[in-house]
Design a binder for this molecule. Structure first.
Ligand code: FAD
Length: 316
């Protein structure tokens, strides 16, 4: 049996693609993964508490509840969902072939919405079940405006452009933002470094390392070590943000789609078309700039409409 559309992923991009293709009568089959890329089915929003910037929820909504709602809406229109991770694909000819540990199948069109996983250092106090999401985050744009961070000192770990951008963004809310970087120079572009340095609220701790985050239920202190002198101190703070990059979940593609140097799927600008006709990519797996639930959902809609259009022109 050959399916019309197979969707790989389970975040807002995948479910929006499912809702649109199901309502277009394309009977989508969606593989939501089983801890694929270290993230539960439902995607990155399952790892957060409050989502306050997704339209339609003026009071905010819990991340896991929003994911449940996306899934329920996909099911309502007849999407078939398998809780399995797609481990390999063959994109050399249509219909495309794919496999999980439990089944193999074929699809006339594929939508890849496997997201990206934020990298986190393994620091005592920051792990799941410790202070992760209780002051420790990996998304300043998502969490920076939360009341717990207002007028408090915050930490950002990283030395690249996104660390500079996140730190500068956080100065809108924080009383002070410390950027902690292991080396004695930053990787960020000159202009981003200058912007961060020029901000009176930013202090860069070169050749430093965060050794622990501590607090009673929420972050209250961050311990840092000077790697040159070995001296350690605790600084009062309400939050710590990882800005050390993200890993797009594209390993299972086996190099069959064009990726950029960081592993993100390359799409034709303004579309979700990939280097293989009939394969579309949506959400964070192809977006290293906006990285928000609403932009992922928007590109999931684009992928669905483009897949529908492709299938009308190439039905076989
Ligand atoms: C801590 C945190 C807080 C955030 N808060 C907000 C917020 O408040 N507002 C906001 O707009 N955005 C927020 N974001 C960003 C938002 O979560 C992402 O932009 C969005 O989830 C991206 O959606 P996506 O559909 O591309 O994929 P993802 O949400 O990344 O989901 C992809 C899913 O695909 C699965 N998958 C991967 N590989 C496979 C495979 N081979 N087979 C099957 N399944 C696979 C993964 O396990 C994952 O479940 C936050 C992110 C983080 C990390």
């Amino acid at each position: 049996m050959v399916d019309h559309v197979v969707i790989i992923g389970s975040g807002p991009a995948a479910h929006t693609a499912a809702i649109y293709t199901a309502r277009a009568d394309l009977r989508p089959v969606l593989f939501e993964g089983w801890m694929a890329g270290g993230v539960a089915a439902g995607g990155q929003l399952t790892t957060t508490t409050d989502v306050e910037n997704f339209p339609g929820f003026p009071e905010g909504i819990g991340g896991p509840e929003l994911c449940d709602r996306f899934r329920a809406q996909s099911l309502r229109f007849g999407t078939v969902i398998h809780t399995e991770t797609v481990t390999r694909v063959d994109l050399s000819a249509r219909p495309f072939r794919y496999a999980t540990d439990e089944r193999e199948g074929q699809a006339r069109a594929l939508i890849i919405a496997t997201g990206a996983t934020a990298r986190r250092d393994d620091i005592p106090g920051t792990r799941d079940g410790e202070l992760w999401q209780k002051g420790v985050s990996a998304c300043a744009v998502c969490d920076g405006a939360l009341p717990m961070f207002r007028d408090k000192p915050l930490f950002v770990i990283g030395g690249g452009d996104s660390a500079m951008e996140e730190a500068t963004f956080l100065t809108k809310f924080a009383s002070r933002v410390y950027i902690v970087h292991r080396r004695d120079e930053l990787r960020a572009s000159q202009i981003m470094q200058e912007r961060a340095r020029a901000n009176p609220k930013v202090e860069i701790l070169y050749s430093h390392q965060v050794t622990a985050v501590e607090g009673d239920g929420v972050v209250q202190r961050t311990r840092v070590k000077d790697l040159k002198t070995g001296a350690e101190r605790a600084i009062e703070s309400a939050g710590l943000f990882f800005a050390i990059g993200r890993k797009p979940n594209t390993d299972f593609l086996g190099g069959q789609l064009q990726l950029d140097d960081q592993g993100y799927i390359v799409t034709t600008p303004g579309t979700t078309a990939t280097s293989v006709p009939g394969v579309f990519a949506a959400g964070d797996v192809q977006d290293k700039k906006y990285r928000q639930a609403i932009t992922a959902a928007g590109s999931g809609c684009m992928a669905a409409l483009e897949a529908e259009h492709f299938l009308s022109a190439h039905p076989a």
